[in-house]
Design a binder for this molecule. Structure first.
Ligand SMILES: Cc1cc2nc3c(=O)[nH]c(=O)nc-3n(C[C@H](O)[C@H](O)[C@H](O)COP(=O)(O)O)c2cc1C
Length: 180
């Protein structure tokens, strides 16, 4: 039986490379029989966590923005795929904010058991995304029912729209999606 897989794409750039790779992976995951949703943080109202910790008592964030809807999606997915451009060898700030804002889930039950990372970067090589993967693993460690299940990196992608012109990286992304 297929899984419910949520892709969260965090690049805000037009013709985003990481988002294009995520679209291809989502296509692969759908072709493999999964129920797939890809959400972009573009045009979302996503504000910083204030650290008040009210959510730990109420299960709800005091900030009224698009995260209310997003948290419900995260909570009910079987697998999560976080998608980010590499910024200074790290996750994008907007993805970090998204992860922080998932704090209402910390004391709650959640369905997700597998978490994946997809990155796009100018440079190529495992070391380019290792620090970002470490950041995500810190989040995963706080949700003990889930595990870091794997990653995809698209290196050598600098300008917007570059991923679209590279059949090999698109094929790899599709295969990654199929394997989820
Ligand atoms: C603020 C900033 C920091 C970046 N830092 C890195 C970096 O540390 N290593 C790298 O290889 N590319 C870096 N890049 C390049 C992006 O990762 C690259 O352009 C990527 O394709 C962007 O993906 P996107 O199109 O999905 O936004 C940086 C880009 C920006 C805007």
């Amino acid at each position: 039986m297929g899984k419910k897989i949520l892709f969260v794409s965090s690049s805000l750039r037009a013709r985003s490379n990481s988002e294009r790779l995520a679209q291809e992976a989502a296509r692969g995951a759908r072709d493999a029989g999964n129920e797939v949703e890809l959400v972009s943080l573009k045009n979302k109202d996503l504000r910083f966590c204030k650290g008040c910790l009210v959510c730990q008592k109420t299960g709800k964030c005091v900030i009224q923005d698009d995260m209310t809807e997003m948290i419900a999606k995260v909570q009910s997915a079987d697998a999560l795929v976080f998608v980010t451009p590499i910024y200074y060898y790290e996750l994008s700030g907007q993805l970090k904010t998204f992860l922080d804002r998932c704090n209402p889930l910390f004391p709650q039950e959640y369905a997700f058991r597998e978490v994946y990372l997809m990155t796009a970067s100018s440079e190529d090589g495992d070391e380019v995304y290792e620090t970002a993967a470490g950041g995500l693993k810190g989040w995963i460690d706080c949700f003990p029912e889930c595990r870091y299940a794997g990653s995809f990196s698209g290196g050598g992608l600098n300008d917007g729209g570059e991923a679209e012109r590279k059949a090999d990286v698109l094929e790899r992304a599709y295969a990654f999606g199929k394997s989820l």
